[in-house]
Each structure stands twice: as C-alpha cells, then as structure tokens.
Write a protein that binds this ligand. Structure first.
Ligand code: 0RA
Length: 643
C-alpha cells in the first residue's frame, strides 16, 4: 500500500507545538473539561459533517457511540476531506486540517462554508484532546486512513484499499482521560442534540447507533423548524391559540437565509429558541433581537390599523410576546459569536436583516389571515388585561410592572416608564448630585437612574452575609429584579442594559471596579450575557467657533486640538471636575442619548476565565487604577444598533 506522504520526522515536533496550546488550556477551545466540554468534541465533528450535508455534498450522516461508551465514529457520504499534498505544508491536506489550529474551511473558502465560531474549525481541537483518532476518507475509488494520538500522527496517510465505491469521511475518536474529568459520553444527550439538528436542517438524515444501549435511531424531519416548534409546544403541553404556526423561509440577497416560525399559546411565558447555521445560540443575540423587534412592531401596527386597541389599555412588548413559541434560525456566512461559550450572535446587521424580512412577511400574513390575527390579538389583550388587573400573585411576581413588585424597588431609584426590559436601561450613578443631573437629562421612558452614595463594599473581601447587608449593593439587586447567586434568573432582569456611570477620575474608576467585582462574583450571568456596560462621560469640552467637541481623555483632547489647529478660532477648553457639574442637556448629549453616546460593553475574553478570576483576586485591595485598566482593556467598544 502506497504511502502518500513522505516526510514526517521534523513534522511531528511542529505538530505537537501547533496543538500544544489546546492541550495546555483546553477550556479556551471547548469551554471546559467537564461533561459539556467532553460533548463539545462530538458536536465539532458532527457539525463538520452537517456542514458538508447542508452545503449539498452529503445526504447522510451516521453517528456510532461505541460499546465502551467513550468513543464515537461520525461518518458522512460527502466529498471526503482532501488528501492531496498541501501546496505549502508538503503533507496531505487532511493532516494539515487535523493538526493545525483554525485550519478548517480555509482550504477551499468558496465551496466549504464553515459554521464559524467555535464550530467547523475544530477537528484539530478534537484531535488534540483525543487519546486516539482515526480518520478515513473515501475518494477517487480509494480508501485512505491515518491514525493519531493526542493530536500527533502515529502513521502517515495510507491507501488501505482500492476499488471502493462512493466518497465520504469517517472520524473515530476517543477523548483523552488525562484531559477530561469524565470521559463517559451520554447517549441521551447525543440523541437529543442529533435530532434537533435534523429539525434545523430539514431534509438532513442522521442515523444514530447507540451500541451502549443496543439501539438504533433514525432522525429526519422534512417539516424543519415548523415541525420542531410543534414538538416543543406538545412537549410542554402548551395550548396553541391558533391552529398553525406562521412560518417564513427566505433566501437573503447577501447570501444565507432566514427561517422563522411563530405560534402563540396560552403558556404564561414566551419560549424563543434561536440558532445560527443550525447551531443553538442559548444567549440569543442580534438575530433574536431582530425577531422580537419585528413581532412587536408588526402586531402593534396590525392593532393600530385595525383599530383593535382598547382605550386606557397599554399593551407592552411583554404582553405581545406572552405565550409566544418562536424559532429563529439564521444562516449566514460569517457569524461572529460573543460570550464565554460563544452562544450569543453579535453581527449587528443580523438584527435589521431578520427584523426587515420578518416584519414584512408577518404583517402580510396577519392581513391575509384575519381569524389567526384575531386569535393572536385576543391573546395579547388578555395578557395586558391580566397584567393590569394583576390577577394572580404568581404572575404578578413575574412582571416587573406589577404594582406590588414596585414596592420592592429602592426609594432612590428613578425608574423608567417602559416595562419592556429589552428597551429599558439602568444607569448606576455615583453620587447624589450627578444622579440629579442624570435624572433631568435622561429619557424617562426608557432610562432609569439609581444614584449611589459613597463607596461600595468590596465584594472580594467580604462575606456573603456582609454583601447582602450592604445597602448600596442590595439597592442594585432590588432595582435589577433578577435575584443573585444561584437564584439569579436573567429572564426577570428589568433592564437589558445595566450601565455604570462614574466620574472619569480615579475615584470613579475605583467605584466602577468595586461594582464590577460585585457583579462578577454575585451576578456573573449579567456579564456573560452581555448586559453590563460602562458609560463614557467626556472629561473635556472644547469650543471652537460655533462647534463644540467632547473629549473622553487627554489623548482624545489632543487629537481634537490637532485637527482644530488649522482653523482660525482659538479653541476654548473646559475640564469637567465631575458629572455633577455637567448640565443635564450636556450629559444627555454626550453620555446618555443612544444616538450620540458611546458605551463600552463589559466582556470577559473567551477562555480567560481563570485569568480574570486571578486578576480580580490579586488586584483587589491594592491601588484601584490598574484594576480598572485591566477590566477596561477587556471591554469591547459597542456601537448602538439602530432600532
Ligand atoms: C475541505 C474541502 C473540501 C471538503 C472538506 C473540507 C470536507 C470536510 C469534512 C469534514 C467532515 N466531512 C467532510 N467532508 C468534506 C472540498 C474538497 C473537494 O473540493 O473535493
């Protein structure tokens, strides 16, 4: 049997070096080394095969969980991973794919669109974290095989058979017990995830052979997301208020497509499941936001144009989506994900694309199906009335607008009038005088202000009991309404932007750091799911002739002055001593108004969990400034999305 590759010895070392980071810090690549991280290996390999299928090259995928319960084989009948000699690396392309970080898809960008994010590029990661991996490819009538251990080849790519029929790829792997806390794969988790994939990719067929339990499952759902939505509704025994789901599937001009299914039920909450390229986005993101925007707007428009509203009954966005079961599945070429586990879509354009398509189609649907529209509107009016009447104590607790709930709000909170968390913002402001300017300068409809007096307790050094006894911190918890620690539920969060507004000096930095430390320790999901922001009030005002400029810091000031140097008028510079001395209108323009302000979103870089942990612990209790720099350096600039 001929050997395809010829050089190896030098290569081995390089390969080890290439995948060494993965073995050293597996969490950075797969989120962790527990059960979820272990199963991530399975999804990486399966998603590659699914990509091959959804791009039209494969029609069937087989997943075998072997008898040992800790090894798996994924086989597809696609084109087969290329085995030709890689032009620059001088080894077979398949070996490059399996031994180089982030190599997937780059070989043939035009014909092999990966799902992006953590997915699609991960076969080398799986290889690095597997005790053993065997890759087999059928191409050109030949069966090829190569074996690996912990990411390093243990053989060259070999031709093992000729005269074979068909094409395809087969990957066997056994996760490394030196890496994972547990190596036992869960057949039920695998079965469920595989089935969901066949709903999200209508027409895809996956056969799952579970040799542990001696079972064979075949998943194929021609009905796609519509069928999935009905399954979710039946599983929850939710009662639909109209017979069939609204479903839209539309190809996008810029490539990719949108699929949305909506079905209102009598269930007390909304249930929205979002996906990008068939992969779940547990924390939602811009596509999910676009879907919510469109639903709210089209229903409101329908109610208004048909005069279905009732006097003195305000209908909130929550009312509109109460009982709504929805699926949004967006296929795009270059998704960008955010968050610790990459489960939140971040592409800004996704919001307007989804919302644009859905709004038109859904409004048309409502107009063409008056009976369905009427049933939906009736459900919504019922939700609004029930909320206003606050009939059930349980429902009341769930709603942030409920009267009794408001009684728990801190006295110092100047709340906004909107009850829709997605459009509501809470500014946590240092000091009463700054709080006063902010109250006057804000948009009362969507912006709430919580002034803090003096310094906040250092949550890093205090006991839990002390933290909960701290008035400033408990005010924040009460205002947010989502609980804390293990009881935290972001579904109850009253504001989807929690914005720290501090003076641009070291005291301000210190307070911001203390607040971030508290949020990090006790309300971590708020950071992970992208709800926490830092406002950027200017430090300087520069007047030149009729124009006014705002500078965030010295560097910004110098940049502006340099630009102005060419003009005739001599610029006048004013330095703000604190937020309190800023006029409300100025504060509004520079710091509060979404149209003109700049916000920093607080994020923890992927995989740097441990570093952040250590850094916060190490630095707390010493000088405040470097700590703040650290956290700020991890805060990504956020552009406000147009609504
Ligand atoms: C890169 C290029 C081509 C196919 C693939 C990758 C491929 C990858 C996987 C992973 C699992 N199954 C797969 N099947 C194919 C295109 C090769 C060509 O043009 O023939």
């Amino acid at each position: 049997m001929a050997e395809v590759a010829t050089t190896y010895t030098g290569k081995d070392i390089q390969v080890l070096e290439g995948l060494e980071p993965v073995r050293r810090r597996p969490g950075m690549y797969i989120g962790g080394t527990g059960k979820a991280g272990l199963h991530h290996l399975v999804w990486e390999i399966v998603d590659n095969a699914v990509d091959e299928a959804t791009n039209g090259y494969a029609s069937q995928i087989e997943v075998v969980l072997h008898k040992d319960g800790r090894s798996l084989t994924v086989t597809d009948n696609g084109r087969g991973i290329p085995v030709d000699k890689h032009p620059t690396k001088k080894v077979p392309t398949i070996e490059v794919i399996l031994t180089t970080l982030h190599a997937g898809g780059k070989f043939d960008g035009a014909s092999y669109i990966t799902s992006g994010g953590l997915h699609g590029v991960g076969s080398s990661v799986v290889n690095a974290l597997s005790e053993e991996l065997v890759a087999e490819v059928k191409r050109d009538g030949t069966l090829y095989r190569q074996t690996y251990e912990r990411g390093a080849p243990t053989s060259k790519l070999k031709k093992v058979k000729t005269g074979v029929r068909g094409t395809g790829t087969s990957i066997f792997f056994r996760p490394d017990p030196d890496i994972f806390e547990t190596v036992t794969l869960d057949p039920a988790v695998i079965a469920e995830t595989l089935e969901v994939k066949t709903y999200l990719n209508a027409g895809l067929k996956i056969v799952f052979k579970d040799e542990v339990n001696g079972q064979r499952h075949e998943y194929e759902h021609e009905g796609g997301i519509a069928e999935y939505l009905e399954k979710l509704i039946v599983d929850d025994t939710a009662r639909p208020v109209h017979p069939e789901a609204f479903v839209v599937r539309q190809e996008l001009e810029e490539g990719g497509r949108i699929e949305v299914a909506l079905h209102w039920t009598e269930a007390p909450k909304e249930q929205i499941h979002s996906f990008v390229n068939g992969i779940p986005t547990r924390f939602g993101g811009t596509h999910e936001q676009g879907m919510k925007d469109a639903v709210t707007k089209s229903v409101r428009n329908y109610i208004d144009t048909h005069d279905l509203g009732q006097k003195k009954l305000d209908i909130t966005a929550d009312d509109i989506r109460e009982g709504l079961y929805g699926i949004v599945n967006l296929f795009i070429v270059e998704p960008q994900f955010q968050g610790q586990t990459k489960e939140r879509l971040n592409n800004p354009e996704a919001r307007s694309v989804v919302s644009g398509v859905l709004r038109i189609d859904f409004e048309q649907y409502l107009n063409a199906h008056p009976t369905v529209a009427e049933a939906i509107v009736t459900r919504i009016v019922q939700a609004a009335k029930a909320r206003v009447a606050s009939r059930s104590a349980a429902q009341q607790a769930r709603r942030k607008s409920a009267v009794s709930h408001r009684l728990n709000l801190p006295g110092k909170l100047a709340d906004c009038s909107s009850t829709d968390p997605t459009e509501s913002e809470l500014f946590i402001v240092e000091g009463d005088s700054a709080g006063g300017s902010a109250k006057q300068g804000r948009n009362r409809n969507t912006q709430a202000i919580l002034p803090l007096r003096g310094k906040v307790l250092n949550a890093e050094q205090a006991t839990t009991a002390k933290v909960s006894a701290n008035k400033e911190l408990s005010n924040i918890v009460d205002a947010l309404g989502c609980g804390l620690g293990d009881d935290l539920d972001t579904g109850k969060l009253r504001y989807h932007k929690v914005i720290l507004l501090m003076d641009a000096d070291s005291d301000g930095h210190h307070i911001a750091t203390l607040l971030l430390t508290f949020l990090y320790r006790y309300m971590r999901p708020l950071i992970d799911e992208g709800y926490v922001y830092i406002a950027q009030p200017p430090l300087y005002r520069i007047d030149a002739g009729k124009e006014t400029y705002w500078a965030l810091d010295e560097a910004d000031r110098e940049k502006i002055l340099k630009k102005l140097a060419k003009g005739r008028a001599k610029p006048e510079i004013q330095r703000f001593k604190g937020l309190g001395e800023m006029m409300p209108a100025t504060l509004n323009e520079t710091t509060l108004d979404p149209a003109t302000r700049r916000l920093l979103q607080v994020t923890i870089p992927d995989g740097e969990k441990l570093e952040t942990e250590n850094t916060i612990s190490d630095l707390m209790g010493r000088d405040s400034t470097p700590r703040f720099e650290f956290i700020m350096s991890h805060a990504a600039e956020v552009e406000e999305l147009d609504v």
